[in-house]
Design a protein around this ligand. Structure first.
Ligand SMILES: [Zn+2]
Length: 230
């Protein structure tokens, strides 16, 4: 995967510093300019935006973020899709033959609305990707044990997921397993089990990660995917 740049971040490079400094960042041996990155609004929607060259730099300086989107896809080289998270799950997807990528923010609402399924559909419809060749990386997020919700939220979540097709309703009441939901949605979208990689880290448990539930802060880790121009 030499032509795909993929980064699932922790506190090392944080979103607030990136916004404050508005400077190029050095990540995993690569320098990425802010004019090469794209940020979307992340409004807990299931909308996946298809990027154009004009989207380069969205979210920086006076270029607004991509509005009402929680995911995006592109086949433009050297355009880096940025997803910020702190308990919600970042999901990065690519298909090497079609040279197309996608990045998704999947929290409770995004997972309920199957945004990863939407992202796969966009890759198939717009970039002729074969789901069987799509590789997915699911990053750090809050685990089931630490994601307790009210009875009401739990019921609403399970009801809207068509629960008998999903094993989200575990024997632990009022806990949501977003990672399990996302993995099942990826499988249902046609991805192969062996092509789904999970970074098995709970952001709430691991102090190297931002966790909204733990800290109530406004900082986030950043996650990036791009196609290297080589
Ligand atoms: Zn945990």
């Amino acid at each position: 995967m030499s032509n795909i740049f993929l980064y699932l971040g922790n506190k090392d490079i944080d979103y607030r510093s990136l916004m404050r400094d508005q400077k190029n960042v050095s990540i995993a041996g690569k320098t990425i300019a802010i004019s090469q990155m794209v940020i979307c609004e992340q409004t807990h929607s299931n909308h996946v935006h298809i990027c154009s060259k004009e989207d380069n730099g969205a979210g920086f300086k006076d270029h607004p973020q991509i509005s009402v989107a929680d995911g995006f896809a592109t086949n433009i080289a050297e355009q880096y899709l940025l997803i910020r998270t702190a308990d919600c799950y970042p999901v990065l997807l690519y298909e090497k033959n079609a040279r197309a990528i996608a990045a998704v923010h999947s929290g409770r609402e995004g997972s309920r609305k199957n945004i990863v399924g939407q992202a796969v559909q966009v890759l198939v419809d717009h970039f002729s990707c074969d789901p069987a060749n799509i590789i997915a990386h699911v990053g750090a997020g809050i685990c089931q044990e630490h994601y307790q919700v009210s009875e009401e939220l739990y019921k609403a979540f399970c009801d809207s997921l068509d629960a008998d097709k999903f094993s989200v309703c575990s024997n632990k009441h009022r806990h949501l397993n977003l990672r399990a939901v996302i993995n099942q949605q990826l499988l249902r979208a046609g991805l192969k089990f062996i092509n789904i990689e999970n970074i098995q880290i709970c952001s709430y448990e691991n102090p190297d990660y931002f966790s909204y539930r733990r800290d109530q802060g406004n900082n986030r880790q950043i996650n990036l995917i791009g196609i290297n121009n080589e």
